[in-house]
Design a protein around this ligand. Structure first.
Ligand code: DHB
Ligand code: FE
Length: 291
C-alpha cells in the first residue's frame, strides 16, 4: 500500500528560474523566499518520497483556450517542458510513474471524476519551477531525479473554474486511490501556484496578505470552511491568478490522515505574487495507532 508522507505547497512564479540559473538564491531580494525551502529540503531528505503527485495549472503550454479540460491527469513515463517565452532555461524532463497514474485515473473515473487522460503532456513552469525548488541538485545535473511524478492539472485559467469544494473532493478521491495502491511507495503531494496575485487588468499587482493568512490558517484543520468561498469571491479576494489556490485545496484533500503544519514561509512579493511555502505532515490512521 502506498503511504502518503505529507504535502508541500509552493508558488511557481517563472522568474524564480533566473536566480536558480544564476545561483543568486542568497541575494537580498531572493533570500527571504529561498530560505523557506531549507525546511522543505530537510523534510524531503527525511521522508524520502518515491513519487510526487503534483496538482498544478497549465498556462497555455500544453492546453490552450480552444481545448481546456477542467481536470487532466498525466499518464506518461516522461514529461518534457518547452520554452514558454519567460526567458528562463528549459528544464530537463521529469520521469513519470505511469502505473500509478492509471491507478489514479481508474479510481477517479469510478468516483465520477471524468478526467482527461494524457499519455503525452508537456509540463510548464507550474511543475518545473517547483521541481527545481524541491530537488535543486537533480534539476541542475544529469543525475537521476529522486522521484517520479504524477501531474494532475486543474483549470484555473478559463471560467467556469471548478469550485473549492470540487477541488478538495478531487484531492480526497486521489488520496483514497493512493491508499488502495498495491505498491509499497512513499508519496508526497504537491500543490503549486498562488497565493494572492493578479497579473493583468486594473488590479495588476494586487495581493491580499490578510486573506492569504486566513487561507493558510484554515487549510490545515478546517479546509471545509474555505469551500464557502465561491470562485468569484476567490477572484475578488485573491486576484484573478490567486485562484491557483485551487491546486492547494486539491493537495490538502489528498492528505487523508491527520494533518499538521510543519513549516510555513510567506514573502511578498516574488515578482507579482505573494509567495507561500508550506510543509504538511500526514499521519495515517495505522501510524497513529502504532505511535
Ligand atoms: C507570475 C505568477 C504566476 O503564477 C505565473 O504563472 C506567472 C507569473 C508572476 O508573479 O510573475
Ligand atoms: Fe501561475
Amino acid at each position: 500500500m502506498a503511504t502518503i508522507v505529507g504535502g508541500i505547497g509552493t508558488t511557481h512564479v517563472p522568474s524564480i528560474g533566473n536566480p536558480i540559473a544564476e545561483k543568486k538564491q542568497n541575494d537580498p531580494y531572493w533570500r527571504p523566499f529561498f530560505k523557506g525551502f531549507d525546511y522543505v529540503h530537510y523534510w524531503l531528505a527525511r521522508t524520502k518520497p518515491d513519487v510526487a503527485v503534483v496538482f498544478y495549472n497549465d498556462h497555455g503550454l500544453n492546453f490552450f483556450l480552444d481545448k481546456l479540460p477542467t481536470f487532466a491527469v498525466g499518464a506518461s513515463a516522461e514529461y518534457r517542458s518547452e520554452d514558454e517565452g519567460w526567458g528562463i532555461p528549459v528544464s530537463r524532463p521529469v520521469p513519470g510513474d505511469a502505473d500509478m497514474s492509471w491507478h489514479l485515473i481508474n479510481t477517479l473515473v469510478a468516483d465520477e471524476f471524468d478526467v482527461t487522460m494524457c499519455q503525452d503532456m508537456l509540463i510548464d513552469h507550474a511543475v518545473t519551477i517547483p521541481m527545481a525548488l524541491m530537488w535543486p541538485s537533480a534539476a541542475s545535473s544529469d543525475r537521476p531525479w529522486p522521484v517520479k511524478i504524477v501531474p494532475v492539472e486543474i483549470n484555473t485559467v478559463q471560467h467556469p473554474l471548478p469550485s473549492m469544494a470540487r477541488c478538495l473532493k478531487l484531492g480526497r478521491s486521489i488520496g483514497r486511490a493512493l491508499e488502495s495502491y498495491p505498491r509499497d511507495l512513499r508519496v508526497a503531494i504537491v500543490g503549486t501556484g498562488g497565493l494572492s496575485h493578479q497579473l493583468d487588468g486594473t488590479r495588476a499587482g494586487f495581493v491580499n496578505k490578510e486573506f492569504d493568512a486566513l487561507c493558510l490558517d484554515k487549510i490545515v484543520a478546517e479546509p471545509e470552511a474555505l469551500t464557502r468561498c465561491s470562485i468569484h469571491e476567490l477572484v475578488e479576494l485573491s486576484g484573478s491568478q490567486g485562484v491557483e489556490f485551487l491546486n492547494w485545496m486539491a493537495m490538502r484533500g489528498a492528505l487523508t490522515g491527520q494533518v499538521s503544519e510543519l513549516n510555513r514561509n510567506y514573502h511578498i512579493p516574488v515578482s507579482n505574487t505573494a509567495a507561500a511555502t508550506v510543509v504538511y505532515d500526514n499521519q495515517a490512521a495505522v501510524e497513529r495507532k502504532a505511535a
